[in-house]
Design a protein around this ligand. Structure first.
Ligand SMILES: [Fe+2]
Ligand SMILES: [Fe+2]
Length: 482
C-alpha cells in the first residue's frame, strides 16, 4: 500500500491524494470551493444551515474505521477527496485491453468517453441534494432529519470526488465541466440535470425513502461498474464512494420498513384485516399498503430508466475500452471480452413481449439493470418478511420492466405492473390504480409534519431499532438553530 490511509486535514480540502504537493490541482479545487459553498447554501438543505447536526465525516479509508461522528454545521462540513488505497499490480480486467496494467493516466484515445462517464456520474450527486432540499421542514423525527442531512453531505462529497478527477486529469475542459456541475439544477426548464429521474420531485418522506432505496441503489450499481474501470483513479474513487452509499440504501430500506411496520401495527390494533380498506386505514393516520405499493412502482420504474436503453452501442464501447465493467466483473467466470457471447433481452416484437438473444456487448446496460433488479428484489423480500411478521396479508412486488417507462424498448407502450400491454384508453382508466394520484399525494402530504422533540416520531412511522452511532433513543441528533 503506497497511499496514506489517513486523511490530510492541513489543507482546506481534506484529502489522501497528496494535494499539498500537487499545487496546481489544489489551487484549482480551492477556486472551485466558493462556488460549491454558494451552491450548497442556495440548493442544499433549506433552513438548517446553522443547526448542529450529528454527522459522520470520513477521516480515513481504512475499512475497519473510516468515520468519526460529531456535531457539525453543514456548511462547515469537511468535504474531502478520498480514494481507496492503490492495489499494486492492478490490471485492466475486461475488454480489448484485458491484462494490461491499469492506467494511472487518461488514455488519450478514450479521453472524451471517460470525461463523459465522470460528468454523468458527477451530475447525479448534487441533483439528489437539490431534489431533497425541502424535506427537512417535515422530517418525522430528529433521527430522520439527521439521516437526510448525512445523505446530503455525502452526495456533496461524491461531487467533490468527481470534480477532483476532472481537475486532476482533464485540464481546462475538466475545469469547465466542474463549473457546469454547479450550474445545472434539478427540474430546471433551461438547465436541467442530465438524467430524467434526477429531475423529478421528491415531494415527501415516503418518496425520500423510496428514492434512497431504489435510486441510490442505481448509484451503487453504476459505482460498482465504474469501480471495475481500467482507469485506476476512477476505480479507487468509486470504491470509496461505495462505502458511503451503503448507508444511503440503509436509510431507504429501514425507512420504508418502519413505515410498513407502523401501518401494519395500526391495522392490527384497529382490527382491520383487509389492506384495501383504504379510508379506514388512512383515518388511523398511517399510509395504506396499496399506496406504498404505488410509490414503489413509480420510483422503481423511474430508476430503471437511468440504466439507459437495453441495447446500446455506447455501453459496448465503454466496456471494450476498459472504462466501465460489469457488476462484480472480476468474479464472473467468462472471457471478459464478450466478443461472441449473447444475452437475452425482452423486446417488443409485433406488439408482443418477446425474449431474443443479442450480442452481449450491446446488452450491458440491461445486464447491469438485471443485476440491479435482483438486488432490489431481495430488499422487497425483506420488507415482505416484516409485513408477514405482523400477520397482515399483503405482499409488495416489483412491477414489470415494461411498466411506466420513458427510456428504452417500452417507452412507447402502456403496460400494467404485471407486464400486460394495454391501450391508451385502458391505461387512462387504470393509471390511478398503479401510480400515485393527486389524492394519494394530498393524503401523504397531510401527514408530513415535523417532529422535532428528541426521541419522538411522527405517527405514520415506527421508531428505528437502534440509533446512529449507538446513540440512545432520545438522543438529540440535530440541535435546531432558532
Ligand atoms: Fe452519491
Ligand atoms: Fe447516495
Amino acid at each position: 500500500m503506497t497511499d496514506a490511509v489517513n486523511v490530510d486535514y492541513s489543507t482546506k480540502i481534506p484529502n489522501n491524494v497528496g494535494l499539498t504537493e500537487d499545487r496546481q490541482v489544489l489551487r484549482g479545487l480551492e477556486s472551485w470551493h466558493p462556488g460549491y459553498l454558494d451552491w450548497w447554501k442556495d440548493m442544499g438543505p433549506d433552513g438548517f444551515q446553522d443547526s448542529l447536526v450529528y454527522l459522520r465525516t470520513a477521516i480515513s479509508v481504512d475499512p475497519k474505521g473510516w468515520a468519526k461522528f460529531d456535531y457539525v454545521r453543514m456548511p462547515e462540513y469537511r468535504w474531502g477527496v478520498l480514494l481507496a488505497p492503490k492495489e499494486e499490480g492492478r490490471k485492466v480486467n475486461f475488454g480489448a485491453h484485458l491484462g494490461e496494467d491499469a492506467w494511472q493516466d487518461v488514455p488519450g484515445e478514450y479521453r472524451a468517453m471517460l470525461r463523459r462517464l465522470i460528468v454523468i456520474q458527477g451530475d447525479t450527486e448534487p441533483a439528489s441534494v437539490e431534489q431533497q432540499r425541502h424535506l427537512g421542514r417535515t422530517a418525522p423525527s430528529l433521527y430522520d432529519l439527521r439521516n437526510l442531512f448525512q445523505v446530503n453531505v455525502e452526495e456533496g462529497r461524491h461531487l467533490w470526488a468527481m470534480v477532483y478527477l476532472l481537475h486532476k486529469y482533464f485540464g481546462r475542459d475538466g475545469r469547465e465541466e466542474a463549473n457546469d456541475l454547479l450550474k445545472r439544477r434539478s427540474g430546471d426548464a433551461d438547465k436541467p440535470r442530465m438524467l430524467g429521474a434526477f429531475n423529478e420531485a421528491t415531494p415527501d418522506w415516503l418518496s425520500f425513502f423510496m428514492f434512497t432505496f431504489f435510486t441510490d441503489r442505481d448509484g451503487k450499481m453504476q459505482l460498482e461498474s465504474l469501480a471495475q474501470s481500467g482507469f485506476d483513479p476512477l476505480s479507487r474513487t468509486c470504491r470509496f464512494m461505495l462505502t458511503e452509499e451503503a448507508h444511503h440504501m440503509f436509510v431507504g430500506e429501514t425507512g420504508v420498513g418502519r413505515v410498513l411496520e407502523r401501518t401494519c401495527q395500526a391495522m392490527k390494533q384497529a382490527g382491520i384485516e383487509d389492506p384495501n380498506e383504504i379510508a379506514r386505514i388512512r383515518a388511523l393516520g398511517v399510509i395504506d399498503l396499496p399506496t406504498i405499493q404505488k410509490k414503489l412502482n413509480v420510483h422503481y420504474s423511474l430508476t430503471l430508466d437511468l440504466f439507459g436503453s437495453e441495447i446500446s452501442t455506447n455501453s459496448a464501447n465503454f466496456y471494450n475500452s476498459g472504462l466501465k465493467g460489469r457488476f462484480q466483473e472480476t468474479k464472473i467466470d467468462d472471457d471478459h471480452r464478450l466478443t461472441d457471447a449473447t444475452y437475452p433481452v425482452m423486446r417488443l416484437i409485433d406488439g408482443k413481449l418477446t425474449e431474443v438473444q443479442v450480442p452481449a456487448l450491446t446488452a450491458l446496460n440491461l445486464r447491469l439493470r438485471d443485476d440491479y433488479t435482483v438486488d432490489c428484489a431481495r430488499g422487497v423480500e425483506r420488507w415482505n418478511k416484516l409485513i408477514e411478521k405482523t400477520g397482515v396479508s399483503f405482499r409488495l412486488q416489483l412491477p414489470s420492466s415494461a411498466f411506466n417507462r420513458k427510456v428504452g424498448e417500452f417507452r412507447d407502450v402502456n403496460a400494467t405492473p404485471k407486464g400486460l400491454l394495454i391501450s391508451d384508453a385502458e391505461w387512462a382508466r387504470v393509471r390511478d390504480e398503479y401510480l400515485p394520484n393527486s389524492s394519494d399525494g394530498d393524503f401523504i402530504d397531510s401527514l408530513m409534519h415535523a417532529e422535532s422533540e428528541p426521541g419522538r416520531y411522527a405517527g405514520w412511522i415506527a421508531a428505528p431499532k437502534v440509533g446512529i452511532d449507538n446513540k440512545p433513543g432520545d438522543f438529540e441528533y440535530v440541535k435546531i438553530a432558532a
